[in-house]
Ligand binder design. Structure first.
Ligand code: IPM
Ligand code: MN
Length: 373
């Protein structure tokens, strides 16, 4: 079979984005050589610096330009000289919405050797994924303001969902359970009774059915209706506030969590810090039928820009997720093992400037791991 060739659109973005993306691409090159595929990249300079220079967040034809690619790799978007909201809405969220990347998949995985702020928790305990709905909720910006600037100012921002959005997100989340586990390799958190009942893993709906009685009534009904199609999945439900508590106290209780957009935004920052912080947390904005975009979930970290001190592992893990999504499972697994080796045996810390290695040296360590695996 001819080796596959992947066309990757690269948006290095702002701040430390380009530095971490470079390391990601270095590892991608090593993986391609090792696992017999090829790739080409094209860079797009969208982000804060481009906005300040041109007044444009994304060009009008960005969608047509990106649709020629198999995936997008994003560094970071954010610039200290640009007012909050402009780049977030004009670049990052516009990419997610217009490319209909309706899933934001965020693994929360504690790698060996990584300092965890949760007392007594080990990599055994922290290994789950959050499926964040990525196309709806308050993020769609429905609402408005009136009487602005007066004491009677009104501001409304609605949490809007339709059944279609909820169903497609739940579908992806149920499927994740089967992607992670099987009858032969069930989730470690299941009880002997669960196994006996034929369960292989667990899906927890994170909501707020006690207050958001319209939106989460919809989610909850859709969840239970769809569950009938997935008898091997053990169902769980947590209110979002309790989810935060359990993510700290008993992260081992989670396998796959599914939730709406803003709850997912919030709980995945909490998840990221439990796995060692933004230096290591990666995510994928996924359109299963279109073009997906992979990113380190930290920001542009302007104060570390150009210093060769930022941790590139999140961007490298994002490359791993991208390869998994493209079907290069072995390459993805090699990167994952490489990250575990490098955190477990090399890095002193996940924090910028404290790794004991520079950004480029961490990339080199990963290249070595991928080549030698
Ligand atoms: C994230 C970020 C974005 C979000 C911001 C930058 C718009 O926090 O990717 O989690 O809220 O989704
Ligand atoms: Mn966020």
């Amino acid at each position: 079979m001819a080796a596959k060739n992947y066309k990757i659109a690269v948006i290095p973005g702002d701040g430390t984005g380009p530095e971490v993306v470079n390391e990601g691409l270095k590892v991608l090159k090593a993986a391609a050589e090792k696992f017999d595929f090829t790739f080409s990249t094209e860079n797009f300079n969208w982000g804060g610096a481009n906005y300040l220079a041109t007044g444009e967040t994304l060009p009008a034809d960005f969608k047509e330009r990106l649709e020629k690619f198999d995936a997008v790799l994003l560094g970071a978007i954010g610039h200290p000289d640009v007012k909050p909201g402009i780049l977030e809405k004009g670049v990052l969220l516009k990419l997610r919405f217009d490319l209909d990347q309706y899933i934001n998949l965020r693994p929360v995985k504690l790698y060996p050797g990584v300092e965890c702020p949760l007392k007594g928790k080990t990599p055994e305990d922290i290994d789950y994924v959050v499926v964040r709905e990525n196309s709806g909720g308050v993020y769609t910006g429905m609402g408005g303001a009136s009487l602005k600037g007066t004491p009677h100012e009104v501001a409304i921002q609605d949490m809007v969902y339709n059944r279609f959005q909820v169903d497609r997100c739940l579908r992806f989340a149920f499927e994740q359970v089967y992607k992670r586990h099987s009858k032969d390799k069930p989730w470690r958190g299941l009880s002997p009774e669960d196994i006996k009942a034929g369960k292989i893993g667990q899906l927890t709906l994170c909501g707020k059915t006690n207050v958001l009685t319209y939106v989460f009534d919809l989610w909850d009904r859709a969840f239970h209706e769809m569950a009938a199609e997935y008898p091997e999945v053990k169902l769980g439900y947590c209110h979002v506030d309790a989810t935060c508590m359990w993510m700290v106290k008993n992260p081992e209780w989670f396998d796959v969590i599914v939730t709406e957009n803003m709850f997912g935004d919030i709980i995945t920052d909490l998840g990221a810090i439990t796995q060692g912080g933004m230096g290591i947390a990666a995510g994928g904005n996924i359109n299963p039928d279109g073009i997906s975009m992979f990113e380190p979930i930290g920001g542009s970290a302007p104060k570390y820009t150009g210093k060769n001190v930022i941790n590139p592992l999140a961007a490298i893990a994002a490359v791993g997720m991208m390869l998994d999504f493209l079907g290069e499972k072995k390459a993805a697994a090699a990167i994952d093992r490489g990250v575990a080796f490098v955190t477990g045996n090399k890095l002193a810390s996940m924090a910028a400037g404290k790794m004991g290695y520079s950004t480029t040296e961490v990339g080199d360590l990963m290249v070595e791991q991928v080549k030698g695996c």
